[in-house]
Design a protein around this ligand. Structure first.
Ligand code: PEP
Ligand code: MN
Length: 284
C-alpha cells in the first residue's frame, strides 16, 4: 500500500477525533438513531431513547441513497433542521449522510460528522469536497471494496487537508443471501495494522437481521472496534426505510447493557496514562 502517504500507520500513534464530549479513537463510541429522519416527533423520540440508553451520537439520514428512485429519498434540508433540533434537545452530536458534492458545504453547517455511504465510497468528487470540509468524515466501506481501495479513498480525504476520517465496516457483498451483506470483522484488526484512523462497525446494514445485530456488536467490541453505528427506531414497523433491521428502544437498551458488561470484562483497568483501555488487544 505504497500510495498511502497519509493514511498508513507508521508509528503507534492513533488519530484522535474529538466530537462533542467524546474522542473517537480513544473512547468507545456508539452512534445510534433511525435510518432516515421522517418527522420531528420520530427523530426526537429516537434521539431521547438512544441518549437514555447511553449512545454518544445521533445518526439519521436526511438524504437517502435508495435502490429505487420511487422510494423515500429523505427530507433534505427539513431533515437537517430536525436533526439540529434533536441535538439541541439531547446534546447528542449528529452524524448524517451527504450524497452530492454540491451539498457538502451547507450540510456541514448542520452535521457534526459527515457520512459517506457505501455507494459513494469511490465518488472521488465527493471525497475531495468532504476533504475540504471542517467536519470529521465517516467513510463507509464500499460494498465491493478491498481494504486497499477503502484506504485509498480515506487518502483522498486526508490529502485535501481533512485529517479526521473515521472508517466504518458495514459489510461486503458475497454469495451469501441469508444476511444482507457479510460483515468482515477481520477488517477491524487488519485496518488497525494498516492505518492510524479509527474504525467503527455497523452491525445493522452488514447483517440486515435483528437477531444478528447483538451478537455482531459484541463481536465487534471483542475485535477491537472503536465504536458502533446502530439503527434504532421508536416504532420500527412504521419506519420508511430499513424497517426490518431497526432495533426498538428496548432492544437497544438491552444491547447497551450487554456491551457495557463485555467492555468491563475486557477492560478491567485503565492504561498507565489514565485513559480507558479498549478491546482485547489491550488485555494483559
Ligand atoms: C446508512 O447508514 O443509512 C446507509 C445507507 O448505510 P450504507 O451506506 O452502509 O448502506
Ligand atoms: Mn439504513
Amino acid at each position: 500500500m505504497k500510495n498511502l502517504k497519509l493514511a498508513a500507520r507508521t508509528t503507534d500513534a492513533r488519530t484522535l477525533i474529538p466530537v462533542g464530549d467524546i474522542t473517537l479513537g480513544r473512547d468507545f463510541v456508539v452512534m445510534a438513531g433511525p435510518c432516515s429522519v421522517e418527522s420531528e416527533a420520530q427523530t426526537l423520540a429516537a434521539a431521547r431513547a438512544v441518549k437514555a440508553a447511553g449512545a454518544d451520537l445521533l445518526r439519521g439520514g436526511a438524504f437517502k441513497p435508495r435502490t429505487s428512485p420511487y422510494a423515500f429519498q429523505g427530507l433534505g434540508l427539513e431533515g437537517l433542521k430536525i436533526l439540529a433540533r434533536a441535538r439541541e434537545a439531547t446534546g447528542l452530536p449528529i452524524v448524517t449522510e451527504v450524497l452530492d458534492p454540491r451539498d457538502v458545504s451547507w450540510v456541514a453547517e448542520f452535521a457534526d460528522i459527515l457520512q459517506i455511504g457505501t455507494r459513494n465510497m469511490q465518488n472521488f468528487a465527493l471525497l475531495k469536497e468532504v476533504g475540504k470540509a471542517s467536519r470529521p468524515v465517516l467513510l463507509k466501506r464500499g460494498m465491493y471494496s478491498t481494504l486497499e481501495e477503502w484506504l485509498n479513498c480515506a487518502e483522498y480525504i486526508l490529502s485535501e487537508g481533512n485529517p479526521n476520517v473515521i472508517l466504518c465496516e458495514r459489510g461486503i457483498r458475497t454469495f451469501e443471501t441469508y444476511t444482507r451483506n457479510t460483515l468482515d470483522l477481520s477488517a477491524v484488526p487488519a485496518i488497525k495494522e494498516l492505518t492510524h484512523l479509527p474504525i467503527v462497525v455497523d452491525p445493522t446494514h452488514s447483517t440486515g437481521r435483528l437477531s444478528l445485530i447483538g451478537p455482531m456488536s459484541l463481536a465487534a467490541v471483542a475485535a477491537g472496534a472503536d465504536g458502533l453505528l446502530i439503527e434504532v427506531h421508536p416504532n420500527p414497523a412504521e419506519a420508511l426505510c430499513d424497517a426490518d433491521q431497526a432495533l426498538t428502544p428496548e432492544m437497544f437498551r438491552d444491547l447497551m447493557a450487554r456491551l457495557r458488561s463485555l467492555r468491563a470484562y475486557l477492560e478491567p483497568s485503565t492504561r498507565p496514562d489514565g485513559s480507558p483501555g479498549r478491546g482485547i488487544e489491550e488485555t494483559p
